[in-house]
Design a protein around this ligand. Structure first.
Ligand SMILES: Nc1ncnc2c1ncn2[C@@H]1O[C@H](COP(=O)(O)OP(=O)(O)OP(=O)(O)O)[C@@H](O)[C@H]1O
Ligand SMILES: [Mg+2]
Length: 344
């Protein structure tokens, strides 16, 4: 059975994973997050340079953890989009070099399909059909998935403006909490009252699109609340605002996901991507799935945010499905939509 090495460099995490027949054998992760923190967001040039420095050590570390040699690798999978152009280039160049040197096939993987496949490493193969909620730093989509390696991915609804993770990052900035915003808000919210402020739940009223999302109005509502208090010289209750904001996001995400499961007859919901690491999103999704008899699948936290294992997981599915490898002339596609897991 082929051992697939997955390479992920789409943003600020350099990830390498080794997967064989649905099992994670070993992985390694390096992050340039700390270098971006003072800028309040990812600086592409810094991220690309960090990938260049981290990629070979990550490959070696993942092989070491799996107790494997580079010559054991039978296929390479790499994120070719979407993501930061210069960061994607580093992973792509490394993947091509490994594929050529080892004489093994190269598979081009859609980053978001990787987020979905991450769950298979923890909970086994996906069911024949399920609803997936992908909530990450740059994307928010409700999808129906069939065979990830073969079938076209169906979008039920997407965000019209900010992604959920982007909203966490922007609201954290407004509240003076450190980057990345998701974990900071999660921690602050744990000490706050989620009902202290009634923030808007966009696109949830009668006659509004059932499955589309919008988070920019929510972010603006938080900003206006903070501004008003600052103008009046009042202290800003950061923890209560964080908790109320987080509650609004979790409420909208989970209510629409449950509705989709019911309407599309899905017995299982998978919630993936960086925001799936959020404690309230996880808890509310579980509560609402239990109430309607839907089985919830959420990857362990370390597989929610970017990593190489999830890309190897897609590569492994593609290899086992007999998918066509990518040409060595393939380019990166920084803005590619999610239609298929393979970008070959
Ligand atoms: N505990 C948490 N609560 C809420 N959000 C979180 C948490 N942990 C991480 N995030 C958010 O997840 C996002 C990062 O996730 P991920 O790595 O999946 O995104 P990305 O790769 O940057 O974007 P994309 O996958 O759309 O290209 C950030 O916006 C971060 O704030
Ligand atoms: Mg991601």
């Amino acid at each position: 059975m082929t051992i697939v090495m997955g390479i992920e460099t789409s943003c600020d995490e350099t990830g390498v994973g080794l997967v064989q027949d649905g099992k994670l054998l070993g992985d390694a992760l390096a992050s340039s997050m700390a270098e971006h923190a003072i800028f309040g967001g990812v600086v592409p040039e810094i991220a690309a340079r960090a990938h260049l420095q981290a990629i070979v050590p990550c490959v070696q570390q993942a092989l070491h953890k799996a107790d494997l040699d580079l010559r054991d690798v039978g296929a390479i999978a790499v994120t070719t989009g979407p993501g930061l152009a210069s960061s994607l280039q580093i992973g792509m160049a490394a993947a091509k070099a490994y594929a050529v040197t080892l004489g093994v096939p190269l598979f081009a993987v859609h980053h978001l399909a990787g987020h979905a496949a991450a769950d298979t490493l923890a909970h086994g193969p996906l069911p024949a059909q399920c609803v997936a909620l992908i909530v990450s730093g740059g994307h928010t989509s409700l999808l129906t998935l069939r065979d990830l390696a073969v079938d076209r991915i169906n979008h039920i609804g997407d965000t019209r403006d900010d992604a959920a993770g982007e909203a966490f990052d922007k609201v954290a900035r407004i509240l003076g909490l450190p980057y990345p915003g998701g974990p900071s808000i999660d921690a602050a919210a744990a000490k706050g009252d989620p009902h202290a402020f009634k923030f808007p739940r966009a696109l949830t009223g009668p006659g509004q699109p059932k499955y589309a999302f919008s988070f920019s109005g929510l972010k603006t509502a938080v900003a206006r609340t903070v501004e008003k208090m600052q103008l009046k010289g009042q202290p800003v209750p950061v923890e209560d605002i964080a908790a109320s904001f987080q509650e609004a996001v979790a409420d909208v995400l989970t209510s629409k996901a449950i509705l989709a499961c019911q309407e599309y007859g899905a017995a299982e919901l998978i919630v993936v991507g960086g925001v799936a690491a959020n404690s309230r999103v996880r808890a509310l999704a579980q509560e609402r799935c239990d109430a309607v008899g839907v089985e919830l699948r959420v990857p362990p936290i370390r597989l929610c945010t970017d990593n190489g294992a999830m890309i190897a997981a897609v590569g492994d599915l593609l290899v086992r499905a007999g998918a066509k490898p990518a040409s060595l002339n393939i380019s990166t596609t920084p803005s590619v939509q999610l239609e298929y897991a393979s970008l070959a």
